[in-house]
Design a binder for this molecule. Structure first.
Ligand code: FES
Ligand code: FES
Length: 160
């Protein structure tokens, strides 16, 4: 239940597997909430206007650009940031392993968003084709890798 006064909300949600309750300014963007209030700096701020995908997180399993969403919209939902992406054994997730193995990370600024978008796709469609992967990642800009290694990494993770 959102309790509302003119300036704040009492937010109740799940973040990376844990329940969270927090009083937040009603005008807080989800991106600022994640980075500034929760201190989860793996989620990056690039363009700030929905063009680059660096700020991507999972909300109820769907990949969203957190710069375009308000924190109050998390009410009753589950947020997963890159810090919450793990393998079943608590170690690296298969996508993180294949990104490393394929050399799909250079400066790394885009990497959290790419892994979040890829995870959303593979949860929804474990047998995603190369075309599916390309389509899914159209909202994620990378200035370094040329994308080939990224696509290869997601294809390899798909088979794990
Ligand atoms: S910072 Fe959100 S899409 Fe670029
Ligand atoms: S690795 Fe540098 S922007 Fe993608």
């Amino acid at each position: 239940m959102i309790s509302r006064n003119s300036k704040s909300f009492s937010l109740s949600c799940r973040v990376n597997g844990s329940e969270l309750e927090r009083e937040i300014p009603s005008s807080r963007s989800l991106l600022d909430f994640i980075r500034e209030d929760l201190g989860l700096k793996g989620t990056k701020e690039g363009c700030g206007e929905g063009e680059c995908g660096a700020c991507m997180v999972l909300v109820d399993g769907l990949a969203v650009n957190s710069c375009l969403m308000m924190a109050v919209q998390l009410q009753g939902k589950e947020l997963v940031t890159i810090e919450g992406i793990k393998g079943k054994d608590g170690g690296l997730h298969s996508l993180q392993k294949t990104f490393l193995a394929e050399g799909a990370v250079q400066c790394g600024f885009c990497t959290p968003g790419l892994i979040i978008a890829s995870e959303a796709l593979l949860r929804r469609k474990p047998d995603a084709t190369l075309e599916d992967i390309k389509l899914e990642l159209t909202g994620n800009l990378c200035r370094c890798t040329g994308y080939e290694k990224v696509l290869s990494a997601v294809e390899k993770a798909r088979r794990k």
